[in-house]
Write a protein that binds this ligand. Structure first.
Ligand SMILES: *[C@@H]1O[C@H](CO)[C@@H](O)[C@H](O)[C@H]1NC(C)=O
Length: 168
């Protein structure tokens, strides 16, 4: 019984929010969305970001993509399967990922009456090399270079020893 309750809770949560992680510079990522659009009359789907103005990221109608309201930053970077509304696979393909793409994306499905469903996908685009890793790398290089220099010019720092070596 307890197991069942936990299972139901997990199921409930996963239906309402999904999360995707990508790295800056990745060639593409897929934001998942599915709905039984084949059964609808005149369906359309809008992917949007409520924190942007205009909020539209991508829009698909029966006639095809409708991108005149698309936010500039997504220009030429979004696509959906050609037969998305016929199959119900409404996933959004976002290309050329940038740190500023990190956001919550909403997949909203409409028919002639109005909005039928809405689901969120949280996308997090991470830095491939975070700044602490870059700082560590620079520190390591400096350490190695200064170590090498010290070794190379060691006779200047230890004249006694070098005299001994050169004039035994
Ligand atoms: C997403 O779009 C890119 C560029 O058009 C393409 O190379 C890639 O295969 C697409 N990914 C999927 C899963 O459709």
């Amino acid at each position: 019984m307890k197991m069942f309750v936990v299972f139901v809770i997990l199921l409930h949560v996963s239906q309402h929010a999904s999360a995707v992680e990508s790295y800056e510079g990745d060639s593409f990522t897929l934001l998942y969305c599915q709905f039984n659009t084949p059964l609808l009359e005149n369906p359309s789907v809008v992917w949007s970001r409520s924190d942007l103005s205009p909020p539209t990221v991508h829009q698909r109608q029966l006639q095809g993509d409708e991108l005149k309201d698309q936010n500039q930053r997504y220009s030429g970077r979004t696509s959906m399967k050609t037969d998305a509304l016929e199959t119900g696979d409404l996933s959004l393909n976002l290309t050329n990922l940038q740190l500023s793409d990190s956001a919550t994306y909403t997949c909203s499905i409409r028919d002639i009456i109005g909005e039928l469903s809405r689901s969120d996908v949280q996308l997090q685009v991470k830095e491939r090399f975070p700044s602490w890793a870059k700082a560590l790398l620079v520190l390591l290089i400096l350490l190695v270079v200064s170590g090498g220099l010290l070794f190379h010019f060691r006779q200047y720092f230890m004249p006694g020893e070098s005299l001994l070596l050169h004039y035994p």
